[in-house]
Design a protein around this ligand. Structure first.
Ligand SMILES: [Fe+2]
Length: 386
């Protein structure tokens, strides 16, 4: 995962016909610079940037567009958090690996009007400094500057138009990456949820006390990222789900795999061992969900009617050390334990059914749920926002 380039990490988000594009939030004096094109009805504002051409990297495309549109050499900066906004769903905050620096501030997908029809875009945007004196090129009619606070509130009417004035009363119509600026800026300001942050910190201590390997910690972080991303969506649709408890259960679901416990060394199944460890840590209320996270629990005797248990079970069947999706994850189980192939095959239908139930409870399609899980699993550490 960490050796991947940004392009490789984003490739699973590609679709037939999807246009890969770039954008820049060009920073100037506590504000941002955007490009404007005059149409008969409005001044159309968009982020400096544009489509990637054949053979170009995203960053090369961004730098070329900076020169072509605003006559500047863009210098994209590294973002600690990347906001993912997929097809108009709620934003997800992801910590991409540092090896992908400069990490973008925003990745979004969605339709963009183009010559009377809509094109499906995947756009990657960086907050950027620049060298040179910005001035509109022949492709651009005006440059616009807007202060950060007005941008945060989407008050585009407060933007200053640089250079020649436009006709009084001309509205500013905002599109693409520029239209998504407020989402990104507001998400940057979101505070961590103290309950989730404390739960994560306690759970990491439990893993460390029981000798969890870096590999086990990484798997647990990925499962937790996915479980929380789905958990937040479920709560947004009114589900009663305690996120700090979900975070604790997801981080500790495999703690029994550490073999530090003599009962595990003696052959006790790892989910039961994890449950016993949670009991010993005073987390008895989470022990049943953790004991039930293993694959056979979906067929015999079946998962309980408990949302936390179901979200944990599903999240663990979507990620290993990185996102796999339920099909590939089950194939991987079967490859590692060929004697269990039949048993694994019996879980495929119930697991697909569980995925469908969780997607519809979260107000998502199965495909958008899979995208959400993929994006959440890109995170290096768990986002503690609640
Ligand atoms: Fe697991």
């Amino acid at each position: 995962m960490s050796a991947k380039t940004l392009e490789e990490a984003l490739r699973p988000l590609d679709r037939p016909g999807r246009v890969w594009s770039t954008g820049a939030y060009v920073t100037v004096d506590e504000g941002f610079l955007f490009a404007g094109v005059l149409s008969p009805e409005a001044l159309l504002a968009f982020a400096v940037g544009g489509r990637r051409e054949q053979g170009e990297s995203l960053l090369e495309a961004l730098r070329r567009e900076g020169r072509e549109e605003a006559n500047v050499d863009l210098e994209p900066t590294d973002a600690a958090h990347t906001c993912f906004l997929m097809d108009g769903t709620a934003p997800e905050r992801v910590v991409l690996p540092e090896s992908m620096a400069p990490r973008p501030t925003l990745v979004w997908t969605g339709p963009i009007p183009f010559e009377g029809r809509y094109l499906d875009y995947l756009c990657v945007a960086w907050k950027s400094r620049f060298q040179g004196r910005p001035r509109p090129s022949s492709e651009i009619d005006r440059l616009l500057w807007i202060d950060a606070e007005s941008l945060c509130r989407s008050h585009w009417d407060r933007a200053r138009i640089l250079g020649e004035p436009v006709a009084p009363g001309t509205p500013i119509k905002v599109t693409g990456t520029a239209a998504r600026a407020a989402t990104w800026l507001n998400m940057q300001q979101d505070k961590a949820c103290p309950g989730v942050r404390d739960a994560l910190s306690r759970a990491r201590k439990i893993l460390s006390r029981h000798g969890a390997s870096p590999r086990l910690v990484k798997h647990s972080e990925k499962v937790t990222s996915v479980a929380l991303a789905l958990g937040r969506r479920l709560r947004a649709t009114g589900a009663n789900l305690d996120l700090p408890l979900l975070a604790t259960a997801a981080m500790c679901h495999d703690v029994g795999r550490t073999h530090a416990d003599p009962r595990v060394a003696a052959g006790l199944e790892h989910a039961r061992a994890s449950a016993l460890i949670l009991n010993s840590e005073g987390l008895d209320h989470l022990a049943p969900a953790v004991a039930n996270h293993i694959l056979p629990a979906i067929v015999n005797p079946g998962l309980r009617d408990d949302l936390l248990e179901r979200v944990l079970f599903y999240a663990d069947k979507v990620v290993g050390l990185e996102h796999m999706g339920i099909g590939a994850r089950l194939d991987d189980f079967a490859a590692r334990r060929p004697e269990l192939t039949d048993e694994v095959d019996r879980t495929r239908d119930p697991l697909a059914k569980l995925q469908g139930h969780l997607a519809s409870a979260a107000g998502l399609t199965t495909e958008t749920l899979e995208t959400l899980c993929y994006v959440a699993a890109l995170s290096e550490t768990v986002d503690p926002s609640g």
